[in-house]
Write a protein that binds this ligand. Structure first.
Ligand SMILES: Nc1nc2c(ncn2[C@@H]2O[C@H](COP(=O)(O)O[C@H]3[C@@H](O)[C@H](n4cnc5c(=O)[nH]c(N)nc54)O[C@@H]3COP(=O)(O)O)[C@@H](O)[C@H]2O)c(=O)[nH]1
Length: 560
């Protein structure tokens, strides 16, 4: 090149508003002034000591190495984005374009570098505006649609349930009308910040616009969806301080479940919306499922399911005790422990309403463990007080009986409380023991070897095989209440009760009749030779303190 051309070439390079470099074997041969100012290094730094690795973040060194390996001449060979690192440590996004060339017979790479940080930021902002609500920063309707589509595909593939919650703030218009739109906007942002705390990472909280929010919950059942709805209502309950005003808001939530309430976006959104209007009709500040059968009884069940764990940790369960009376002398020889749930707002909830829910949800195991421990503790406390107590009877649910480690758990409760095993009687229903008779036999035998007594509850209602009854180490049969109820008037019930009593006698088992409410029933059972009774005729189940009194007084004892 003649000198004039060289000068022209250099002047062009010097004036260029892009970084230009020439590299060979991973070393810079030339960098133009713009490139130097872009990175903040002097020319000598580039030529004498810097290589391409020094100009990008460490995480991208591997990519640089790949590029250099592909083109031994060095440098980038195509347009590639890197995160550049300046001399002062600051970072920027750069686009590098390189191409192989020849110089002095050598293979070199000639390239350009452009700072594209501003363009990237603008692109990011455009994406945000397209996908996110400008006011709250939450996903908007467009992104929500994408997420619902993804969720539906995953739910169908993995056979999961999912839920879509439609939340609308109650009377939000009044806030806008009376305090102005900017207060309304601030309130929406404050609400969004609280709602975010309720959802999981895999959930989507989106704003549809106005005062409407959608909460998308993948991989949930109805109970979990109800729980989230309840928490959304609760978290918004405490007042907001917005623009100098203390505001309290409530909302109404509609829930549509996948797949039963819809298998596509439009149906799910429409049905959740319908359910939300139902919640408004019911007085607002509540949630409703779209499917009507999900409401009423099911809701109570759901409420219980999600509150049972809390009930256990917050010690809302108590045991009441009902006396087991010997017909020989009227002595209270034992008690049956019966659980009650002292709910902070609903009052006392009886076991018939929550034991089945606890069984279905798996909570029966920790609850049953608590009952056993508490009953053993109370029995030992009475014994320590010098009261006569031969039997503490505890109900055992089928799931609990079949849980791994049940025998060890019973042993643990006895050793932790100091109660002797003879004093503990486990009540199992006929159905529980007959479910898998061979398995039952093993567990019952292990309990028997420990010294724990076993009784068959609700006897007569199940389908006991007499052959097994003989093999099972059971010590007591409890005649079901349903046969005692009409004993005076129903000849069949009399025949059944008297057969159970005789069968018990021939198998050398104690027979106890439950649900004895009248003196007539008592007289008939006595005549049949029944050994023990339990029922309102003697006493309803009592709190521990009242039972202590009864054990002290022994009011039914024949004292002649
Ligand atoms: N797995 C567990 N099950 C438990 C536990 N505690 C109780 N239960 C079971 O819940 C069912 C209902 O119990 P509850 O409401 O406590 O009713 C008991 C008595 O109050 C009732 N009873 C007793 N005498 C009479 C009477 O004269 N009349 C009448 N109408 N009812 C009476 O019977 C229930 C005791 O029944 P049983 O257990 O069959 O002896 C019940 O099935 C309980 O077993 C628990 O901790 N775990």
């Amino acid at each position: 090149m003649v000198k004039r051309e060289t000068d022209l070439f250099r002047a062009t390079m010097d004036a260029a508003q892009v970084g230009i470099f020439v590299m060979a074997r991973g070393r810079f041969l030339y960098v133009n002034p713009y490139m130097r100012s872009l990175f903040g290094y002097a020319e000598a730094d580039f030529i004498e000591r810097l290589g391409p690795y020094d100009l990008v973040v460490a995480e991208q060194h591997e990519r640089i190495a790949e590029q250099l390996a592909r083109r031994p001449g060095g440098g980038a060979v195509e347009t590639t984005e890197f995160t550049g690192r300046r001399q002062d440590g600051s970072l920027f996004t750069m686009s590098v374009l390189g191409m192989p060339s020849r110089f002095d017979g050598r293979v070199v790479a000639v390239g350009t570098v452009i700072d594209i940080s501003d363009r990237k930021q603008a692109e990011q902002r455009i994406r945000e505006l397209a996908d996110f609500d400008a006011l709250t920063g939450l996903p908007n309707r467009r992104l929500l649609h994408d997420r619902i589509e993804q969720m539906l595909a995953a739910a169908e593939r993995d056979k999961h349930g999912a839920a879509l919650l439609f939340l609308d703030i109650d009377h939000f218009k009044r806030v806008n009308d009376s305090l102005g739109h900017s207060v309304g906007d601030d309130l929406l942002c404050a609400l969004a910040q609280r709602y975010v705390k309720v959802v999981r990472r895999i959930d989507t909280l989106a704003r549809l616009g106005g005062d409407e929010f959608i909460i998308l919950l993948p991989e949930v059942n109805a109970a979990a969806a109800a729980d989230v709805a309840r928490r959304l209502l609760e978290i918004a309950a405490s007042p907001f301080s917005v623009g100098g005003h203390a505001l309290t808001v409530t909302s109404s939530i509609g829930i549509a479940l996948y797949p039963q309430d819809g298998k596509d976006i439009d149906t799910l959104l429409k049905n959740a919306d319908t359910a939300m209007y139902k919640a408004k009709e019911l007085g607002r500040n509540t949630f409703q499922f779209y499917s009507s059968e999900m409401n009423m009884a099911t809701l109570e069940r759901l409420m219980m399911e999600s509150n049972l764990r809390q009930a256990l940790t917050e010690e809302q369960f108590v045991l009441h005790y009902q006396p087991l009376v010997s017909l020989q002398n009227g002595e209270i020889v034992g008690v049956e422990a019966l659980i009650r749930w002292l709910h902070p707002t609903l009052g006392t909830i009886m076991p018939d309403r929550f034991i089945a829910v606890a069984e279905d949800s798996g909570m029966i195991n920790p609850i049953g463990d608590w009952v056993l421990f508490e009953a053993c503790r109370q029995a030992q406390a009475w014994i320590d007080e010098g009261l006569q107590l031969r039997t503490m009877a505890v109900n055992v649910a089928p799931v609990q009986f079949r849980q791994a480690g049940f025998v060890e758990m019973v042993a643990g409760a006895l050793s932790a409380t100091g109660l002797v095993a003879d004093c503990l009687e486990l009540e199992l229903t006929e159905r529980t023991v007959m479910h898998d008779a061979e398995f039952t036999l093993g567990t019952l035998s292990a309990l028997k070897r420990m010294g724990v007594s076993l009784s068959l509850d609700d006897f007569g209602t199940g389908y006991s095989s007499l052959a097994y009854l003989k093999r099972f180490p059971v010590g007591k049969l409890k005649i079901d209440r349903s046969f005692v109820m009409d004993l005076e008037s129903d000849a069949d019930d009399q025949a059944i009760a008297s057969t159970i009593v005789s069968m018990g006698r021939s198998l050398r088992l104690t027979v106890l009749a439950e649900g004895v409410e009248t003196a007539e029933q008592l007289a008939l059972l006595r005549k049949m030779g029944c050994g023990m009774v339990q029922g309102f005729h003697y006493s309803r189940p009592l709190a521990a303190a009242e039972m202590t009194e009864l054990l002290r007084r022994q009011p039914f004892l024949h004292r002649d």
